[in-house]
Write a protein that binds this ligand. Structure first.
Ligand SMILES: [Fe+2]
Ligand SMILES: [Fe+2]
Length: 178
């Protein structure tokens, strides 16, 4: 019987009418909102630091192999900005505030901002940052589980993209002359 796993319609309707100011956050939201907001803000900081690092690498890429690599850096920078915007939007949907304070950005980010000197160093640092993001996003997804499927789905989409980025970078390193 449906009632065994689904709240009955009257209960659902009654709950939806309460706390309307909380918007998308209904009484059926079972995740710990403060923890989810903290995790999403850490992911946001990670994305912004990645935007900045990729932008730096884009402008600094020099040498005979730089052109294709720089184009890849720029593409990734734009992807990370897109992720940052999606995460910030989700934070406000959950009634939180996106923390974009530049003073604390790099300490809240999981991935690091490393400038790197050569093209190869830049690609390696980007690959390391992607691998950090991949592991931390996977943990966030595991935490979100069925408690906040919308945030989980968003982070799953972003994780898939970070895996693509890591793969792109690994291929770039392969293509560099030894
Ligand atoms: Fe990203
Ligand atoms: Fe990425």
């Amino acid at each position: 019987m449906a009632g065994a796993f689904l709240s009955d319609i009257q209960t659902l309707r009654k709950r939806a009418r309460e706390h309307i100011a909380q918007g998308a956050v209904t009484p059926g939201y079972h995740a710990d909102r403060s923890v989810v907001l903290k995790l999403l803000n850490e992911a946001l900081a990670t994305e912004i630091v990645c935007v900045l690092r990729y932008k730096r690498h884009y402008f600094m890429a020099k040498g005979i192999h730089a052109e294709g690599v720089a184009a890849e850096f720029l593409e990734h920078a734009n992807d990370e900005q897109g992720h940052a915007d999606q995460i910030a939007h989700r934070i406000t949907q959950l009634g939180g505030e996106p923390d974009l304070s530049p003073d604390t950005l790099s300490s809240r980010s999981h991935a690091e901002y490393v400038e790197g000197n050569t093209l190869e160093e830049m690609i390696k640092e980007d690959l390391i940052a992607e691998r950090i993001a991949i592991d931390s996003y996977r943990e966030i997804i595991t935490y979100l589980a069925d408690n906040d499927p919308t945030s989980r789905r968003l982070m799953e989409e972003i994780l898939a993209k970070e895996e693509e980025h890591a793969d792109d970078l690994a291929n770039l390193i392969e293509e560099l002359p030894k």
